[in-house]
Design a protein around this ligand. Structure first.
Ligand code: JFZ
Length: 415
């Protein structure tokens, strides 16, 4: 794999996924019936006829939508480095001014503005890499797309590719500046030749743009894991976990199963430690407003990420530490071992760490902490960091232990 092309992605670690479309207007409910599935699938799960569904566009006014504010928060409050926006989800509706389908946000809605353009402008202003989600196989609005009227067969898939998918991809790759990721999804049984054709278009029009694993047939530039599934160990390839804050991607007013910010933080640290990226989702509502709970969770996690940026960004995967710590997650970079303390403790004790330590400090403000390396009575090496009284009551802070050696040395358990 071309390393320079992947470098920004390897360094990015943390990104914002945005699922927004006509499905957001329904908010998980149609004609008094609630969907118990991910809300952006409501057209499919509640069997909404195409002609009925299309009428939603007439009520897309997006009064609360503010791309600048979303991107500003992602960058400045949440500490994220990239954004992936649903330009066309399975519903088939284009969130930009598409020249080859009038079923788009400019031509079919009272809002009438190019949402993607607004995200592009904001991403350029704040310096966030812009990625585009595009549902290449499923299109519930095109009779030749997969799953049109639940029909999973290919029909005249070639016609759909030539008349909608490929022309739209070309628009996306030529009209919106630098595109950092083309986030394909649900390849269904598209052939390797078809996946390759789409990849070639991306690579010809924007050679630096990277392609998500879900282009299918193993030809993406990195692995996309199952949604919300976290690999248990480092992987050979670059990878990314797409994940939700509740149980849906598209907005659902009935879904209040929000994850705890501490759970999100722990997942982020596990993913970073194992060499992956965390792509966390928000689902703006029909007006373009972001659920208050999403903002609160991301603000809390973001404060930690910004205050402890040195312990998150630029870290590398290392050998696995042999013990499972319930009070901490570990990350490392050259000559530094970071201990992310996630529960109150009286002292940092890392058994079987065989390094010589130079010094330790609190990452968020540089406060020096007393530390030592020694052998315990059984002969095993240990690294210890003393904590002042005020830190013993706290959680969610990072300690940096500077190492004489370049990398942490974890000894196997011999006992
Ligand atoms: C897909 C979409 O169908 C869904 O609406 C959402 O956009 C999500 C991010 O992606 O759903 C998937 C695709 C792949 C897996 C799971 C859900 N997978 O590989 O486990």
């Amino acid at each position: 794999m071309n390393n320079t092309k992947m470098q920004w992605f390897k360094d990015a670690k943390y990104g914002l996924f945005i699922h927004w479309g006509l499905f957001s207007l329904l908010a998980g409910e149609y004609n008094g019936k609630r969907t118990d599935h991910i809300a952006e699938w409501i057209m499919n799960y509640l069997d909404i006829p195409v002609e009925e569904y299309r009428k939603l566009a007439a009520s897309f006014t997006a009064e609360k939508f503010n791309a600048d504010e979303i991107v500003r928060m992602a960058k400045e409050e949440w500490g994220m480095k990239y954004l992936v926006f649903t330009t066309k989800h399975h519903e088939g509706f284009a969130m930009w001014n598409s020249g080859c389908s009038d079923y788009n946000v400019v031509k079919a809605t009272p809002y009438g503005k190019d949402v993607l353009k607004e995200f592009q402008t904001a991403c350029e202003k704040y310096g966030l890499a812009l990625g585009l989600y595009y549902s290449q196989a499923q299109d519930w609005d095109d009779p030749d797309g997969y799953m049109y009227g639940h029909d999973n067969s290919r029909k005249n898939f070639r016609r759909y590719l030539d008349e909608k998918c490929i022309p739209q991809l070309k628009e996306l790759l030529t009209g919106y500046g630098k595109i950092s990721i083309l986030w394909f999804d649900t390849p269904m049984d598209m052939t390797e030749a078809e996946s390759g054709e789409l990849a070639d278009i991306v690579r010809t029009l924007q050679p630096e743009c990277i392609i998500s694993g879900r282009i299918g047939n193993g030809i993406g530039d990195y692995l996309t894991t199952g949604d919300n599934f976290i690999p248990a160990m480092p992987l050979e390839r670059d990878w990314e976990v797409p994940a939700t804050l509740n149980d849906t991607w598209g907005y659902n007013k009935y879904d209040n199963n929000w994850k705890d910010p501490e759970e999100i933080l722990r997942l982020l640290l596990k993913i970073v430690r194992r060499g992956g990226n965390y792509l966390l989702n928000i689902g703006p509502d029909g007006q373009g407003d972001i659920p208050r709970q999403s903002i609160e969770i991301l603000n809390t996690v973001g404060k930690y990420v910004r205050e402890n940026a040195d312990a998150v960004f630029g870290t590398k995967t290392t050998d696995l530490y042999p013990y499972d710590l319930n009070w901490a997650e570990l990350t490392a970079k050259e000559h530094k071992l970071f201990v992310h303390v996630l529960k109150p403790i009286t002292r940092v004790e890392l058994l079987n760490v065989a390094n010589t330590v130079r010094r330790a400090y609190l990452v968020r403000n540089g406060m020096e902490l007393e530390c030592r390396s020694r052998n315990i009575c059984e002969g095993d090496p240990i690294v210890e960091v003393e904590l002042p009284e005020e830190l013993r009551q706290q959680k969610n802070y990072a300690v940096c232990i500077e190492l004489e050696e370049e990398w942490p040395v974890f000894e196997p358990i011999r006992g």
